[in-house]
Structure formats: C-alpha cells, structure tokens
Design a protein around this ligand. Structure first.
Ligand SMILES: [Cu+2]
Length: 165
C-alpha cells in the first residue's frame, strides 16, 4: 500500500513537472518565434531606411515624374556660418507634386515658402517644424508653374527654391 502511494505521488509530481516543463518549452518556442519574427524585419527596415537615405543624398535637383522628391536638411545646417543648407537648394518638380524634407540635423527646421529677407511666410507651402532626425510629411507644391522660395522660420539664413514646371 505504501509503495503504491509513493508511486502515485511520484506520478503526480512527474506529471506536474511535465506540465511545467511543457509550459516552459512552449514559452521558449513562442519567444523564439517572436524573436525570429521581429529580428529580420527590423533589420530589413533598417536596411531600407539606410538605402533610402543614401539614395536621397544623391538628389541632383531634378526629380523624375512620380519619383520621391526629397530635400535634406543636413547635419550642421542650424549654424549660420557652417555653410550647410538645404540639399539640394533648388529642386524642380511637376505641378502639385509632393516634396518631403528630411531633417538629418540635430536641430529643428522648417521649409516655409515666403520671403527669407523678412522671414515672412506666404502660405504657399510649409512643412511646419520638422524634428531632429525626422522627415516632414509629404508637402504638396503649388500647381502654378514658377519658382517658389522658401526658408527656415527658425534659421532664416537657410534658403531654398522649389521650381514648379
Ligand atoms: Cu532651421
């Protein structure tokens, strides 16, 4: 009788531990799936961003139809004497095209159409404040052909032009 009680107890314990081990196993499996699932896509996303950044830094000033029009606010452009400005400082787009400003600086910037000499916006387009290492939303350009001068409301010495044609 005693032996069978011990056996029964042992069986219960081993079942208990078996279940616990199974739970641990399942937890590890789920963690592994999560890790593997998140890992490569995060790395891929990083790679995509990096290649986008590389591509946009090579913008020559004329964007193709339907292509992404991006102007970089480079690192150091908040310095009035650094000689850094919008890259490129002139871009040609189709009427009504969207332009995105990519702030790679460690300061806030805007791209605001208007008169840089008086720092007066004219309301044609405005990114609003773009945070450090952030991109603006795509900003719709005017549909009327012409040269649109813009500046940074926080650093009015930063001046660029969007040519709509
Ligand atoms: Cu600025």
């Amino acid at each position: 009788m005693i032996i069978s009680h011990v056996d029964l107890y042992f069986l219960m314990v081993s079942r208990h531990y078996g279940t616990a081990l199974l739970n641990i196993g399942v937890t590890f499996a789920l963690l592994a799936i999560l890790f593997v699932g998140i890992g490569p896509s995060a790395i891929l996303a990083q790679g995509t961003n990096a290649s986008n950044a590389t591509a946009t830094s090579n913008v020559t000033g004329t964007a193709g139809d339907g292509g992404q029009n991006t102007v970089v606010m480079p690192l150091g452009s908040s310095s009035a004497t650094g000689g850094q400005g919008y890259e490129p400082d002139q871009i040609t787009v189709s009427p009504g095209a969207s332009v995105t400003w990519d702030n790679q600086d460690n300061a806030l910037h805007t791209a605001t159409s208007g008169n840089p000499d008086t720092a007066t916006p004219d309301g044609k387009f405005d990114t609003g404040i773009v945070g450090a290492n952030q991109q603006s939303k795509p900003v719709t350009m005017p549909s009327q052909p012409g040269d649109y001068v813009y500046f940074c409301t926080l650093h009015p010495f930063l001046v660029g032009t969007v040519t709509v044609q």
